[in-house]
Design a protein around this ligand. Structure first.
Ligand code: ADP
Ligand code: TRP
Length: 332
């Protein structure tokens, strides 16, 4: 039986937060345990260039993201783990796909569209602050996916449109040049597809409402105590299903702890107490990974060598496949 490819990437644009972990990293690491899948996970560093132009920040985020994956359990002997910019094939394929992608498809991509909408709202030129990298971002992402003929792409909900675009591009290519690409599917974890941040909106680097994964326990506690709650008092019964605290708690607690906490909500536990228990559960959960993170983050050469080996493995797959694509389009 042919093994299926599961592939995902994260861009290094800041420090990884609980939302990224629960929505993207944890499900991907669970899939990596399945024997019938070949996991390919990478650092989408050139995607980050659409918004990060400071070289030292850029480097720091790349190492931080690599250390994050490794400390949370990615085993580089089992997972093909690399940095996107180490694979020249990705960028050659991006151009080939660009020439088959209708411009209108990019006009509809939500990251671009929302920037345009903001410009219109503010009475600015519609293209203000928009670079071509942001505009063609979904084509680079399609190349990441199609270069490995990925079957399953685990992502958060906000990335679904990008996978749909990759499917459209693959279909267009196949129609033009013959059946070369597999049509990829996304996989999202419905339960955790949107973890709320401390203000109740989606936890996101862009909203400044995140709880970073690898902060000191003190900082972690501070962030958790900032989570917005309603004005109900200790003693008032509370609805766990309407609580940001409970949504986050569920992701880190055991089944028994979850049931107990639900009971405590009904019995009127105070918000301060919930926050303390949420902190304890997360802090405990992160104790080992935090130590590993500190280990990796101090060893850039080790990370470099892991990513380099990963890129070699990836290129064993991507380079013959790109050759096939070049033949299909008549370049060879
Ligand atoms: P951010 O919104 O913080 O910039 P990214 O866009 O870099 O995060 O997302 C990286 C991955 O993490 C994506 O697969 C995305 O869907 C997932 N993700 C981001 N925020 C959340 C969240 N709050 N809940 C669940 N998944 C998330
Ligand atoms: N666009 C994704 C994000 O912002 C990152 C990404 C780049 C990706 N290439 C990918 C995700 C390929 C899945 C597959 O999170």
């Amino acid at each position: 039986m042919n093994k299926k490819i599961v592939l995902t990437g994260i861009k290094p644009t800041g420090y990884i937060h609980l939302g990224n972990y629960v929505g993207a990293i944890k499900p991907a690491l669970n899939l990596a345990q399945q024997d019938n899948l070949i996991p390919i996970y990478f650092i989408a560093d050139y995607h980050a260039l659409t918004s990060i132009n400071n070289p030292s920040d850029y480097r720091r985020y790349i190492y931080s993201l690599a250390a994050t994956w490794l400390s949370l359990g990615l085993n580089p002997d089992k997972v093909i783990f690399y940095k996107q910019s180490d694979l020249p094939e990705v960028f050659e394929l991006t151009w080939i796909l660009s020439c088959l992608t209708p411009k209108g498809l990019m006009n509809r991509a939500h990251a671009y569209k929302s920037k345009v909408d903001i410009n219109i709202e503010r009475g600015l030129d519609i293209d203000n602050g928009i670079n071509m990298g942001l505009y063609t971002y979904p084509i680079l992402m399609a190349a990441d996916i199609l270069l490995f003929n990925a079957d399953i792409v685990p992502v958060g909900k906000d990335q679904v449109q990008h996978i749909e675009i990759a499917r459209d591009i693959a279909l267009q290519f196949n129609k033009t040049y013959g059946e070369i690409f597999n049509i990829p599917n996304y996989s999202i974890n419905e339960e955790t597809s949107v973890l709320p941040g401390i203000d109740g909106r989606k936890m996101s680097k862009s909203y400044n409402n995140t709880i970073p994964l690898f902060e000191s326990p003190d900082k972690l506690k501070k962030q958790i105590f900032k989570i917005k709650t309603d004005s109900s008092l200790p003693g008032d019964p509370k609805d766990p299903d309407n609580s940001i605290l409970f949504s986050i708690y569920k992701e880190f607690a055991t089944q028994d702890q979850i049931l107990e906490m639900e009971e405590k909500f009904r019995n009127g536990i105070g918000w301060g107490q919930v926050k303390q228990e949420l902190f304890d559960v997360i802090n405990n959960y992160l104790e080992e990974p935090r130590k590993k993170y500190m280990y990796y983050i101090e060893r850039h050469e080790l990370i470099d060598s892991i990513l380099k080996k990963g890129a070699e493995k990836a290129r064993e797959l991507s380079s013959p496949f790109l050759k096939k694509i070049r033949k299909a389009i008549g370049a060879e």
